[in-house]
Ligand binder design. Structure first.
Ligand code: DP6
Length: 356
């Protein structure tokens, strides 16, 4: 399924355009092995508003060559600095997409979220690019079914950035083979194979931009530190256990357990960083202030709002849509002051890639 051989192509040129959203993990992927394979299963909400829009124009090379020919434009400007990354990605996936060496490509990409917001664009960026490449393959005559197309796009996205494989579908996806999630795989993510309780279908995620700078330690370095980590095996086991419980909670709509698992996952992720060797801290004082305010607000008002963190200082505030007014009033009055330039982004759970 994954490698498509062509004896001839049904077309010599064309263009495809897709958007892919970012995602926020509730059960975290932190630790990998082999070629981008996860040490534990992870589960995420697919987002809606934070996304990457990518178009790829392709044209058959006039003469065969063994290198990749492409140009990359970000927000309309040529970006030679990204070209090395894309070349590495193409090298990694070309065994599954042999057509890459027969065509030249012009890739145009833009993000809907502010450039230097500290929000990782690798998940949405890699997912959008992978989906475009699979659709080029389809236009060239591959006979993948719709399901196989999504699997292949997720598979390719994973080879670009692990968490990117969870950005193709929504509202909730799982990456990593897990006994209680039918069809789950280490190689690609799947949409969760049951009906998610309606409360989660339009769950809100307000992203507080506490720190918009470059991270001091990249995710790739952090993942690698899990190889020698003293708590690694317990952590991977715990994540799989949390995923089993969260999957059930998300069918039943039990918000109390949801909050407990999600916040514990976020703090465990950062505990892994603090107990790595070398150790590091990505949270900022403002991150902790925000967390404490959320806890106070939840207790005083009995509103089911909670937080999660990715590999950075920004805080994702998660809550049901029915509490949007109260929570946004709280964010404006008590949390925005901890954000750089008082900036935050309102997002909501979404359904994945879109053809443009
Ligand atoms: C903390 O997917 O960015 O966001 O596979 O090296 O590209 P690479 O790492 P990446 O790691 C994401 C880590 C995380 C947790 C998660 O999204 O599950």
């Amino acid at each position: 399924m994954l490698r498509t051989e062509f004896s001839s192509y049904t077309t010599e040129k064309g263009k495809v355009s897709y958007s892919a959203p970012s995602n926020i993990a509730l059960v975290k992927y932190w630790g990998k092995h082999g070629v981008q394979l996860p040490q534990n299963a992870s589960l995420s909400f697919t987002l809606s508003n934070c996304k990457t829009i990518t178009s790829i124009a392709y044209e058959k090379k006039s003469s065969a060559s063994d290198n990749f020919e492409f140009q990359f434009f970000f927000e309309g400007q040529p970006k030679p600095s990204f070209e090395l990354k894309i070349n590495t990605f193409f090298e990694r996936i070309s065994e599954f997409c042999p057509f890459l060496k027969d065509f030249s490509f012009k890739i145009d990409s833009e993000n809907t979220f502010p450039h230097s917001s500290g929000i990782a664009s690798s998940a949405s960026g890699m997912a959008a690019m992978a989906q475009c490449l699979v659709q080029i393959e389809v236009a060239l005559g591959s006979t993948l079914t719709l399901e196989e197309q999504l699997q292949k796009a997720s598979f390719l996205a994973r080879l670009g950035s692990g968490s990117a494989c969870r950005s193709l579908e929504g509202p909730v996806t799982v990456w990593g083979a897990h006994p209680e999630v039918e069809g789950s795989s280490d190689e690609f993510a799947v949409k969760i194979p049951f009906q998610v309780h309606e409360i989660f279908e339009d769950f809100q995620d307000t992203i507080l931009l506490v720190d918009k700078g470059e991270k001091q330690v990249s995710s790739t370095v952090g993942h690698n530190l899990m190889h020698e980590h003293p708590f690694a095996s317990q952590r991977f086991e715990q994540a799989n256990g949390n995923l089993a419980e969260l999957a059930e909670v998300m069918q039943k709509g039990n918000l109390e357990r949801f909050i407990h698992i999600v916040e514990s996952e976020a703090l465990t992720l950062h505990s892994m960083m603090m107990t790595s060797s070398p150790y590091f801290i990505l949270m900022k004082p403002e991150t902790l202030e925000v967390i404490n305010h959320i806890w106070e607000f939840r207790k005083e008002n009995n509103i089911p709002v909670c937080f999660t963190l990715d590999a950075g200082a920004n805080v994702h505030v998660l809550y049901p849509k029915s509490f949007k007014d109260e929570v946004l009033t709280f964010i404006n009055s008590e949390l925005a002051g901890y954000c750089q330039n008082k900036q935050y982004i309102c997002d909501v759970v979404g359904t994945g890639i879109q053809k443009l």
